[in-house]
Design a protein around this ligand. Structure first.
Ligand code: ATP
Ligand code: MG
Length: 431
């Protein structure tokens, strides 16, 4: 029978790659905890209007990338293409903003869905980790969020991350800039791609986000936002840049950076990393400040700032630069029962070592030959083999064999955890 394959644009994650995802996600979560953030889990399914109103109808996401369908109750449902709008829906609906503890500091992790052309670094189902800091307009929140993202990337071992940063200014700055872009692109739009023609009608700012190489010269010569910024937006941006300098966080101003989502205002940024192989997977993460998102979704007018990492792209650059090599997937011990009569005892020992000692232990469950068990222990990278036969069951003891030195010791079962603690402490000291 013909085998069934995965859906185009999705990918299976297993084996060593899964370990890499776990490591990256755990590190991201633990840095977010250090920065005083709390986890949230909005649903994958949202009403279509959350994204139409939240992400904006001129964004590429809403125009052509969403998985939207009618459910059996005739509702327009969308598989989330990003988290921010859904989180804002959650915050408004549950009045999470009604607290003295503003800003709310929230982090998230999970799959998102976009109907895009699958290619390097681009999937239709991929994973994002990100944060939202909601409730204060202070430029310092932008700085804190950028500092966190930078800490995550450097803690993963990525040296030489480029932070591209720009400001989109306040509403007034953006309106003036939009007009300037409109009259500039009016002269060139007939030579540009079909997508840009639509963007020109809907929101000429979006044109700056175009990735078609033939359109680049027109975009490179377009007016820059800096000339249209209000005094207060200029001042806000320079404070952000100053703070980044003080914190020794490197950045590059990129005046064509506008980001693809309609809700951004003031500071926007992207994180780029060129792996040693020189492969460009696109930005590993991006984010910015938003002003009107919460009120678009029926809540009070609280601003926020956030970023989102694409886990797939982060794992790809780590893999290229061999920064995943130090992830250990080894066993502390492999328990080997020498016959049926010692199976239950072997299982007891494994459970005891895991639960009371916190050791990573596997146990042989199919009574294979001694040689085969040693082979398995070595494939699994076990440090110790724990051998138990009839004698050990009767004596309530365990034979510990160091699989590197081949040294053997017999200990009483009640001393097993203490013995393991000693062995692992002394091997740590040797390192
Ligand atoms: P791009 O310009 O590459 O399309 P984007 O601006 O659409 O990215 P965001 O909406 O800011 O991306 O999402 C945050 C991060 O999610 C991106 O920086 C990227 O790392 C990742 N990402 C976006 N789209 C995809 C995709 N289709 N497949 C894998 N990762 C993605
Ligand atoms: Mg995109």
């Amino acid at each position: 029978m013909e085998i069934i394959k995965n859906v185009k644009g999705t990918h299976d994650i297993y084996g060593e790659e899964n370990n890499a995802y776990e490591m990256v996600e755990n590190l991201m979560k633990s840095v977010a905890e250090l920065y005083a953030y709390h986890g949230v889990r909005p649903p994958v399914l949202e009403s279509n209007s959350v994204f139409v109103r939240g992400v904006g109808s001129s964004s590429d996401i809403v125009r052509k990338e969403m998985y939207t369908f009618k459910d059996h109750g005739d509702r327009d449902i969308t598989l989330r293409p990003e988290f921010t709008a859904g989180i804002m829906r959650m915050v408004v609906q549950n009045k999470l903003y009604a607290t003295n503890e503003l800003p709310l500091k929230l982090y998230y992790l999970g799959p998102v869905f976009r109907y895009e052309r699958p290619q390097l670094g681009r999937y239709r189902q991929f994973n994002q980790f990100g944060v939202e800091c909601i409730g204060h307009a202070s430029y310092m929140q932008d700085v804190d969020v950028i500092a966190m993202a930078y800490t995550i990337l450097t803690s993963l071992g990525l040296d030489g991350v480029t932070i591209k940063i720009n400001t989109l200014g306040d509403d007034e700055s953006r309106n003036n800039y939009r007009e300037a872009l409109k009259s500039y692109f009016a002269k060139h739009i007939r030579n540009m791609c079909e997508d840009c023609k639509t963007r020109f009608e809907l929101n000429p700012l979006r044109i700056l986000d175009c990735k078609v190489p033939e359109d680049r010269p027109y975009i490179d010569n377009a007016p820059v936002i800096n000339d249209y910024l209000s005094e207060s937006s200029k001042e806000r941006f320079s404070k952000v840049l100053n703070a980044l300098e003080t914190l020794q966080i490197p950045y590059e101003i990129d005046s064509s950076l506008v980001r693809g989502l309609d809700y951004y205002s003031e500071t926007v940024f992207e994180f780029h990393y060129k792996s040693k192989k020189g492969i460009d997977y696109g930005a590993v993460g991006a984010g910015g400040h938003y002003g009107k998102l919460m009120s678009e979704l029926g809540g009070p007018d609280y601003p926020g700032v956030g970023f989102s990492f694409g886990i797939e792209r982060v794992v790809s650059v780590l893999k290229d630069d061999e920064l995943l090599e130090n992830i250990k997937d080894e066993l502390d011990a492999y328990v080997m029962p020498l016959g049926e009569e010692s199976n239950l005892y072997a299982e007891e020992i494994a459970v005891f070592l895991r639960n009371s000692g916190g050791y990573r232990v596997d146990v042989c469950a199919d009574n294979c030959k001694m040689g085969a068990m040693f082979k398995r222990a070595s494939t699994k990278g076990a440090k110790y083999a724990l051998i138990v036969g009839e004698t050990e069951v009767n004596e309530q003891t365990v034979v510990i064999k160091d699989l590197q030195t081949q040294e053997q010791n017999k200990v009483k079962v009640e001393e097993l955890v203490t013995k393991f603690d000693e062995l692992f402490n002394s091997s740590k000291e040797e390192e």
